[in-house]
Design a protein around this ligand. Structure first.
Ligand SMILES: *Cc1c(COP(=O)(O)O)cnc(C)c1O
Length: 367
């Protein structure tokens, strides 16, 4: 089957290419001045004081947790309905991921399910700003304040999203972004921690670079998680267009939702009215037939789809093997019924209509 409308497609323009060529010609290709420039500009765009670039979003999460002091035997509360990197970063630190449940409207962690999970080992809460919409940050920060916990946002899918008057990336103690090619903006591979806390930024920089502050003096076991100037050069070009990319995603999503909201068996994304959703994914839920039947019709019609995510993290084979536990009924319901449709900024009106027609056809043929 030929996919006519892919689920994701990065936009790579002349500027990205020129910027990369400039770095290559400079001969300085590792972490250097472009990374510093990208850190400063990205942090200022999200409204945070400091940016610490890394070679992936996963590395950003890992380094942020280390900087927060998360280590062996600690617990970190997160959502089971996310990409495994959110949980793995916790595991890399020797800590245990503890799984709350989600709000089935927004697919984000439900603050009401957090407090019961807090023990004397809990160090941090790691909300995931899933699909491009912020979690309930006031409630989460209030719990964290009462129990003296760190809040680390997994903002890998939410560049530019807002919550009340705040931007994702500036609301917790730290936030972690990904610049993987499918994300709202990209650097090929890459990530960034943003924070307003200078000492956390300093610790993150140290863990990113072999636990070293002063060259060849190592205070901690750190890693080589540095971003290259080639990647930062791509990021700088993308940063100039991220608002435009997000506006296009939002416009596409609104078009899809107005056409699909009355289609039988389809639940379109819910947007809380105090937030800006930037639609890393446009994810619907189907409430008749089996999800596989819907995906089959869409695939036959040439529409790329994704299932984000089919298994709650605690049911992943490796997490079961490691003995991590959880039971989050709403996350399970979502895992069984979600389908992501294309929403990326390169879609044409014709693509959007193909998506709408295919979903309508699936609805008509499934009962
Ligand atoms: C993409 C993603 C990550 C990991 O980012 P990489 O850059 O791929 O390492 C982490 N968490 C979530 C929710 C993601 O979507």
């Amino acid at each position: 089957m030929v996919i006519k409308v892919p689920i994701a497609k990065p936009i790579i323009g002349e500027r990205e290419i020129e910027n990369v060529v400039e770095v290559l010609e400079s001969g300085m290709v590792a972490q250097g001045p472009k990374v510093v420039e990208f850190e400063e500009k990205f942090a200022s765009w999200v409204g945070a004081k400091y940016g610490v670039a890394t070679n992936s979003g996963t590395a950003a999460l890992h380094v942020a947790l280390l900087a927060a002091g998360v280590g062996l035997g600690d617990e970190v509360i997160t959502s089971p309905f996310t990409f495994i990197a959110s949980g793995n970063a916790i595991v890399y630190c020797g800590a245990t991921p503890v799984f709350a449940d989600i709000d089935l409207n927004t697919y984000n962690i439900d603050p009401l399910t957090i407090e019961d999970l807090i023990t004397d080992k809990t160090k941090a809460i790691l909300p995931v700003q899933l699909f491009g919409q912020s979690a309930d940050m006031d409630e989460i920060r209030e719990i964290a304040r009462r129990y003296d916990l760190m809040v680390i946002e997994d903002a890998a899918q939410a560049h530019g999203a807002t919550y009340k008057d705040e931007k994702v990336g500036s609301m917790g103690d730290m936030a972690c972004f990904s610049f993987y090619p499918t994300k709202n903006m990209m650097t090929s591979e890459g990530g960034m921690i943003t924070t307003n806390d200078e000492s956390l930024a300093d610790r993150a920089r140290m863990f990113r670079d072999h636990g070293s502050d002063v060259k060849y003096i190592h205070d901690e076991i750190g890693y080589n998680f540095r971003m290259t100037d080639i990647e930062a050069a791509i990021g700088l070009a993308q940063l100039d267009r991220i608002d435009e990319f997000n506006d296009k995603r939002i416009e596409n999503a609104e078009y899809l939702s107005s056409a699909l909201k009355d289609v039988d068996g389809v639940v379109v994304p819910y947007v809380s009215d105090d937030r800006k959703h930037v639609y890393h994914q446009y994810t619907i839920r189907v409430d008749k037939g089996s999800r596989d039947d819907w995906v089959e019709v869409l695939t036959d019609r040439g529409i790329g789809t994704g299932v984000h995510y089919p298994i709650p993290l605690y049911d992943q084979p490796v997490y079961k093997k490691l003995g991590f536990k959880g039971y989050s009924p709403l996350a399970e319901r979502a895992a069984d019924t979600v389908i992501s449709l294309p929403v990326h900024p390169s879609l044409t009106r014709e693509d959007l209509d193909l998506i709408v027609d295919a979903v309508r056809e699936a609805s008509d043929s499934i009962d």
